[in-house]
Design a protein around this ligand. Structure first.
Ligand SMILES: [Zn+2]
Length: 362
C-alpha cells in the first residue's frame, strides 16, 4: 500500500553519519561493521535507505534539515554558533538536491506536485508495476529553528522548498524550548510564528515544551501537525502529548505521526541498557499509541506514521520485529486484525497526511 512517513532525518544520516542511502540498509550496515565504526551508538544498525523505502511502498516522506546551536553551558551535541548550524542545513539541502539530480528523490512543494507524485506511485502499485525506479517524494521540514540566523532567513528557506517547521528540538532553543526544557516563547519565537503564517508554512508541534506548545497554538493561525509524537498516557514523559494536547491538536485538524523510537513507545526504557526484545517493544506497541489518539479523537482521522527511524538510533532502539523500514508494509494487516476498516487503514497509511496537505496547500 502507498505509504507516507512524515518524519525521517535523511540528510542527517547522509551528511553526519556518512551513509549513502542509495545502498540497502544491509549494505550500509555491512560497511560500518567492516570498518569497526563505534562513533555513534547506532552504527551497523541502520534500517532506512532509498531501496528499502521503495520496497515498503513508502513513496512520500517528510524529510528534515536539522542542526542545533548549543550555548557553552548546553551539554547536548550541537554547533557552537548559529552560523555553523545554518551552514550545516545548507549542506543538507544540497544533498537533497544532489539526490534529486540522481533521480532518487523529487521535492514536493505544492498541491499539483503532490497529486501528480501520488498518482504515479499509486498507479504503479495498483498495476503491480516496478517501484524500484520511482523517485521518492520528499517534503522538506526543519526540525528545530536554531539554524535560522534571523526570522527573516525563513523566507530564504521557504524559497528552497521548506514547507514545515518545528521551532524546537531537545533542550533550550533560540526560538523555543523543546523536550526536557521549559519556557514560554521568546520575542524571536513569536516573530518566527508570524513569519511562518505569512509564508504559509506548516507548524510542527513536535518537541515543543508544554508552555511553548500552548502559546504556539494560540498565536499561530495556519495548519498544525505533529510529525512524530507518541502519547503521555502510555509513556509518561514531557516529550509525549497529554490527552489535553491531543484534543487541542484534533480541534485544529492536526495529524499526529506515531514514532518508532523505543524509549517513546514503552515505559521504563533505559538508554544503552534496555533491549527491544526484553522490553517487548514491537510494532504492535506503535499501534497502541495510534489507537490511543483515535480513542481521544473519536475517529481515525488524525493518525499517521512519523517513524523517526534512524533518527540517531537504529535497531538497538526500535521495534524488535522491524528489520528495515520496509516492514512498515506489515502495518495494514496488523491494523485489520485490530478491527480497523479498509478505509481507516488507508487513512493511517497515507490518507490523513494527504488530506492535511491538500487542505494546507489548497
Ligand atoms: Zn525528533
Amino acid at each position: 500500500m502507498f505509504t507516507i512517513d512524515a518524519h525521517l532525518d535523511l540528510s542527517m544520516n547522509a551528511m553526519e553519519w556518512n551513509r549513502d542511502l542509495r545502498l540497502f540498509a544491509t549494505e550500509i550496515n555491512a560497511r560500518e561493521r567492516a570498518r569497526g565504526l563505534t562513533d555513534k551508538p547506532d552504527r551497523g544498525n541502520a534500517v532506512v535507505s532509498f531501496p528499502d523505502l521503495r520496497r515498503g511502498g513508502i513513496g512520500l516522506v517528510v524529510a528534515t534539515q536539522i542542526a542545533r546551536f548549543v550555548a557553552p553551558d548546553n551539554p547536548l551535541p550541537g554547533w557552537n554558533s548559529p552560523e555553523q548550524a545554518w551552514s550545516q542545513t545548507q549542506a543538507q539541502r544540497h544533498w537533497y538536491r544532489t539526490m534529486e539530480e540522481a533521480g532518487e528523490l523529487v521535492q514536493i512543494v505544492d498541491k499539483a506536485g503532490l497529486d501528480a507524485h501520488v498518482a504515479r506511485w499509486q498507479q504503479t502499485l495498483a498495476t503491480g508495476g516496478d517501484t524500484s525506479r520511482l523517485p521518492i517524494g520528499y517534503i522538506l521540514s526543519l526540525e528545530g529553528a536554531d539554524s535560522l540566523l534571523t526570522p527573516a532567513h525563513l523566507e530564504r528557506a521557504h524559497g528552497s522548498g521548506l514547507r514545515a517547521l518545528g521551532p524546537a528540538h531537545y533542550g533550550p532553543g533560540r526560538y523555543a524550548h523543546g523536550t526536557d526544557a521549559s519556557a514560554p516563547l521568546n520575542a524571536a519565537g513569536r516573530e518566527l510564528l508570524a513569519e511562518m503564517d505569512r509564508l504559509g508554512l506548516i507548524l510542527d508541534a513536535t518537541h515543543l515544551c508544554d508552555a511553548a506548545f500552548w502559546e504556539a497554538l494560540d498565536l499561530f493561525a495556519g495548519p498544525v501537525w505533529a510529525s512524530h509524537n507518541n502519547c503521555r498516557a502510555l509513556v509518561d514523559h514531557n516529550r509525549q502529548f497529554s490527552d489535553e494536547m491531543i484534543k487541542a491538536l484534533v480541534d485544529r485538524g492536526a495529524v499526529i505521526g506515531g514514532a518508532l523510537d523505543a524509549w517513546m513507545m514503552v515505559p521504563g526504557w533505559v538508554r544503552g541498557q534496555s533491549t527491544p526484545k526484553d522490553m517487548q517493544c514491537d510494532l504492535e506497541v506503535m499501534l497502541d499509541h495510534l489507537d490511543h489518539v483515535c480513542q481521544v479523537a473519536g475517529n481515525a482521522d488524525h493518525i499517521g506514521i512519523g517513524s523517526d527511524l534512524d533518527g540517531a538510533f537504529g535497531r538497538e532502539q526500535a521495534p524488535h520485529d522491524l528489520e528495515t523500514i520496509a516492514d512498515l508494509a506489515r502495518l495494514p494487516a496488523m491494523l485489520a486484525r485490530r478491527g480497523y476498516s479498509a478505509a481507516d487503514i488507508e487513512k493511517v497509511m497515507h490518507g490523513n497526511w494527504l488530506r492535511f496537505l491538500r487542505s494546507a496547500w489548497a
